[in-house]
Structures are given as structure tokens and as C-alpha cells.
Design a protein around this ligand. Structure first.
Ligand SMILES: *[C@@H]1O[C@H](CO)[C@@H](O)[C@H](O)[C@H]1NC(C)=O
Ligand SMILES: *[C@@H]1O[C@H](CO)[C@@H](O)[C@H](O)[C@H]1NC(C)=O
Ligand SMILES: *[C@@H]1O[C@H](CO)[C@@H](O)[C@H](O)[C@H]1NC(C)=O
Ligand SMILES: *[C@@H]1O[C@H](CO)[C@@H](O)[C@H](O)[C@H]1NC(C)=O
Length: 183
């Protein structure tokens, strides 16, 4: 099963590259695609760290956007486990408790988005909303759980969580464009 999935992903990657080579200017394609989203700057910043962003077509870029969002979720959960491990929040019981929940929330958000890459590969754009909504709900549960915490470390967590949410919005913008235009 894993081999089949890997093969699928590879063949899609190769097809995407070939399609975009025929079309020429790849830098501007990333710009054009990101302009279809509500936060073009974040979109370009988040996607351009992947070399494939220079060659992928719209479909491939939507897949990269999912990877960027998944990577943000993974980063947040490891940021949180770092805070918990270094014991720097031990004196703040409320914050510590909500962080344990948040760590779970973002691990789950990562899992959702990781599975979403397969949905995108299969161009099942109508189903994307569901997966992103679950990931967004995970994020909201973390925010809600930490609502009363007043730790200054919360500021950084909230900023990262908001960026994650924006990346999810970018994914949805792209996939609804792809679905609407039957691409
Ligand atoms: C490719 O895009 C860049 C940046 O938008 C632009 O300056 C350049 O002229 C484009 N090249 C072609 C061949 O269209
Ligand atoms: C995740 O963290 C790694 C290492 O710190 C960094 O290179 C990467 O840009 C981060 N990704 C996101 C989406 O924040
Ligand atoms: C936050 O505080 C309010 C008021 O004290 C309380 O009703 C609520 O349950 C608290 N929320 C959490 C997540 O601890
Ligand atoms: C893009 O996403 C944002 C945030 O989720 C949303 O408010 C906006 O309506 C979307 N725009 C399009 C064109 O889908």
C-alpha cells in the first residue's frame, strides 16, 4: 500500500513538472496562483521554500500549500513539547495544562493534513473542506483551552497558531479555485 502511494505521489510530481515546463515562466506562476488567495505574501513565503514551487502547476502548488500547513502544525507541536520538556512553564499550571492539550491538537491537525495530501493528489477537491475544517477545529480547541492563560509565552504560540490558520485558508482558496474551474 505504502509503495503504491509513493508511486502515485511520484508520478503526480513528474506529471506536474512536465506540465509546467511546457508553460514556461514558473516564478510568475507561483505569484499568479498565490494572487488567487487572500494572503499572497504568506502564500509566496511559505511555498517558495520548496524547490518544486518553481516548476509545479496549480494542482502541484495546492499540494505544496498542504505540505506547508502540515509542516506548520508539526512545528507548533514540537515547539510546545519543547516548552513542556524544558520545564519553563512549570510555575504556570493553567498554561501547562492547556499546552498538553494543544500538543495533542496540533499532532492531530498534522495527521489530518498529512492524509489530505493523498486527497489532493487524487484531485478530490470537494472533500478538502472537511479535512481542513477538522484541522482548524483542532487549532481552535487549543486557542480556546489556553484562553485564560496569561503567560507571555502564549503570545508566540498564538502568532504561530494564527499563521497556521492562514495557511489552511490558503489551501482552501486554492482548492476551491481548482474545483470551480474544473482544473
Ligand atoms: C517571468 O516572470 C518574471 C517575473 O514576473 C518576469 O520578469 C519575466 O519577464 C518573465 N519571463 C518570461 C519569459 O515571461
Ligand atoms: C518549521 O521549522 C523548520 C525548522 O525550524 C523551519 O525550517 C520551517 O520553515 C518551519 N516551517 C513552518 C511552516 O513554519
Ligand atoms: C476561563 O475562565 C472563565 C471565567 O473564570 C471560565 O468560565 C472558563 O471555564 C475558563 N476557561 C478555561 C478553558 O479554563
Ligand atoms: C479565501 O479564504 C479566506 C479565508 O478563509 C476567505 O475569507 C475568502 O473568502 C476566500 N476567498 C476565495 C476566493 O475563496
Amino acid at each position: 500500500m505504502a509503495t503504491i502511494l509513493l508511486f502515485l505521489r511520484l508520478s503526480i510530481a513528474i506529471r506536474s513538472t512536465a506540465a509546467s515546463d511546457a508553460n514556461g515562466n514558473s516564478t510568475s506562476r507561483l505569484d499568479e496562483v498565490c494572487k488567487q488567495t487572500f494572503d499572497a505574501d504568506l502564500c509566496i513565503k511559505a511555498l517558495s521554500i520548496y524547490p518544486e514551487s518553481q516548476t509545479f502547476d496549480f494542482h502541484g502548488l495546492a499540494g505544496l500549500a498542504v505540505r506547508a500547513a502540515a509542516s506548520a502544525a508539526a512545528n507548533i507541536s514540537s515547539y510546545i513539547s519543547g516548552l513542556l520538556e524544558e520545564g519553563s512553564v512549570e510555575d504556570d499550571e493553567d498554561f501547562q495544562q492547556c499546552l498538553y492539550d494543544c500538543e495533542e491538537n496540533f499532532v492531530d491537525a498534522f495527521d489530518q493534513l498529512d492524509e489530505l495530501t493523498v486527497v489532493i493528489d487524487n484531485k478530490e477537491y470537494e472533500d478538502v473542506n472537511l479535512w481542513v475544517t477538522v484541522a482548524e477545529t483542532d487549532r481552535r480547541m487549543c486557542d480556546e483551552g489556553c484562553k485564560n492563560a496569561s503567560s507571555e509565552k502564549k503570545v508566540k504560540l498564538v502568532a504561530r497558531s494564527e499563521e497556521f490558520s492562514r495557511l489552511c485558508g490558503i489551501v482552501l482558496n486554492m482548492t476551491s479555485f481548482l474545483a470551480t474551474n474544473h482544473l
